[in-house]
Ligand binder design. Structure first.
Ligand SMILES: Cc1cc2nc3c(=O)[nH]c(=O)nc-3n(C[C@H](O)[C@H](O)[C@H](O)COP(=O)(O)OP(=O)(O)OC[C@H]3O[C@@H](n4cnc5c(N)ncnc54)[C@H](O)[C@@H]3O)c2cc1C
Length: 504
């Protein structure tokens, strides 16, 4: 098995780009080279807008490189909930924006002739729980209210127990890296500037907007698009308090039988997702799920083992070939935040909170933000406005989300016993107390111990060791760090500081 390599990235297909090594001036700076940033850069450059795109790592290596890549408007069970919370008109607008995004993705694939295994598939939600079945039946009623093409399915083509299933026809799936590569190649052909290993560390406001980077160079521009998954520059808009991160795991298995078609998602906890892909001429089944809040995995068994058990129990799968995981953010009312950061900084635009449905939402965002920059009309501005506050459900969710953050914050500060490095297995870590301070000790495979301060550099929560992914994960806002403390993802910009360690 190719441990921890997303199937999508098993072959290095995207060209490398240099670090930013001089100051720049442009119309729009795009921070983040995932599907959102790349699509925005592509759409803007098509309109003659000058763009500079930077990524703190490699492009397409964030969540986009670790996704399941179902291209659908069936975003779990959402339409009945949106009708209840926003009304029929907004629920319908949400659906229509996703359908438009699907058409736009098809048109990008067609115009650039991208060979990205794009193929039509039906999307199916299923349950084997009486209470959940009632909810799914309501979702079907919502489909009827919103004129969404869908119907009940009597049986699943697997041995997975299911009492009710709901199909949305004519959806799609693709290879996310090949899709994004098609746009990146076009950007490169048109001399659009892309810089990797270049992190935005601040966005200043004077006569112009200035993006400061960790390479000590600046980009002066009229607009900034934060397509950085989490808007690291929050500008008093409190996105940290208005979103939470959730991780899920994926595994790809060889198949013993031909895949019967369809993209499946169970709505019973822990959710399970299923699709197929042809990889190196071989059919693989992708099985995913075991979602949990980042930094808060509570089970003893590894999520990958649980996925394997599920696959072996219910599906005709063979070898376990790839495994990977990722996280995405959910907003208080489950509607993404796409638009102006806040009214004081209208030149800073954000796109986040895709709730694990970013293939279409990224395109909705790219289209909407491009129109805002070009001063064009869009009927989706209010729907996705990041500064909205819907008392129900946002207030309830604001309280539960931040109570959870406060609990994790306090738990991290107080509940810590003293341990020694002898208790750590190579390749693993634990937290201990040293001179009254909580520190993290990681023992590498050469038995060298690396000590770090476990206080998250974002907002001060205590990170937890994630033994499955070998990372320090913040349970509050989802920042993740390598065993030695380097930022991997999330809102944190600074690494976890190293601390002197005395083994006495
Ligand atoms: C397990 C899982 C399965 C999913 N499956 C599906 C699916 O089947 N269908 C679907 O529609 N959606 C799915 N999603 C959601 C989808 O993958 C994401 O919403 C989408 O990839 C987000 O893309 P992005 O470009 O916004 O973010 P990313 O791909 O994370 O890109 C953000 C980029 O910004 C860079 N960056 C961050 N901070 C900075 C900074 N300060 N300076 C410079 N660069 C920075 C990062 O390095 C990164 O490359 C899934 C998500 C998960 C977690």
């Amino acid at each position: 098995m190719n441990r921890h390599i997303p199937l999508w990235q098993s072959e290095q297909v995207i060209q490398e780009f240099p670090k930013l090594n001089e100051d720049k001036k442009t119309d729009v700076t795009i921070i983040g080279g995932g599907i959102t940033g790349i699509t925005t850069a592509f759409l803007l450059s098509q309109q003659g807008v000058r763009v500079v795109l930077i990524d703190r790592n490699r492009v397409a290596n964030g969540t986009t490189g670790h996704t399941t890549a179902k291209v659908t408007a069936q975003h779990g069970m959402i339409y009945d909930e949106f009708i209840q919370h926003f009304g029929t008109e907004y629920a319908r607008l949400y659906y229509e924006s996703q359908k438009e995004a699907m058409r736009q993705i098809e048109s990008i694939i067609e115009s650039l002739q991208i060979d990205c295994q794009y193929e039509k598939q039906d999307a199916i939600l299923y349950t084997n729980d009486e209470k959940q079945q009632k909810k799914l039946e309501k979702e079907l009623t919502a489909y009827q209210q919103l004129d969404i093409k869908g119907n009940e399915v009597s049986e699943l083509p697997f041995h997975i127990p299911a009492s009710f299933a709901l199909k949305m026809s004519n959806q799609a799936q693709f290879h996310p890296i090949l899709y994004v590569k098609g746009m990146i190649d076009e950007l490169a052909r048109n001399d659009i500037e892309i810089y990797e290993q270049t992190e935005a560390v601040d966005i200043e406001n004077s006569d112009h907007t200035i993006v400061r980077t960790n390479t000590q160079h600046t980009i002066v521009c009229d607009y900034v698009v934060q397509a950085s998954h989490f808007p690291f520059y929050e500008g008093e808009a409190f996105y940290s308090a208005r979103m939470y991160p959730s991780r899920s795991y994926l595994a790809a298995f060889s198949s013993k039988e031909m895949y019967p078609g369809g993209m499946y998602l169970s709505i019973d906890q822990p959710k399970k997702t299923l699709r197929t892909v042809t990889h190196n001429g071989k059919e693989l089944w992708i099985v995913g799920g075991e979602n949990h809040k980042t930094g808060q995995y509570k089970k003893q068994t590894s999520p990958y083992q649980l996925l394997q058990q599920f696959a072996e129990n219910y599906l005709p799968v063979g070898n376990w070939e790839y495994q990977w995981s990722a996280q995405d953010y959910t907003t208080l009312d489950k509607m993404p935040y796409i638009g102006r950061l806040n009214k004081n900084r209208p030149e800073i635009l954000i796109a986040t909170g895709f709730r694990k449905w970013g293939m279409t939402n990224s395109t909705v965002a790219a289209d909407l933000l491009s129109k805002m920059i070009l001063d064009k009309e869009s009927r989706y501005i209010d729907l996705y406005r990041p500064t909205r506050f819907q008392a129900d459900p946002s207030l309830r969710k604001l309280i539960t989300t931040n109570t959870n953050v406060a609990t994790e914050y306090i738990r991290g500060k107080f509940a810590q016993e003293r341990h020694t490095e002898n208790e750590i297995k190579p390749g693993s870590a634990l937290k201990t107390k040293q001179n009254g301070q909580v520190i993290g000790l990681y023992k590498d495979n050469e038995h060298k111990v690396h000590a770090i301060d476990t206080t998250c550099t974002h907002l001060g929560c205590e990170v937890n060791w994630n033994d499955t992914e070998k990372s320090w994960d913040c349970p509050c806002h989802g920042s993740r760090f390598t065993p030695e403390g380097k930022v991997i993802e999330g809102p944190a910009i600074k690494d976890l500081p190293k601390v002197p360690y005395n083994n006495d």
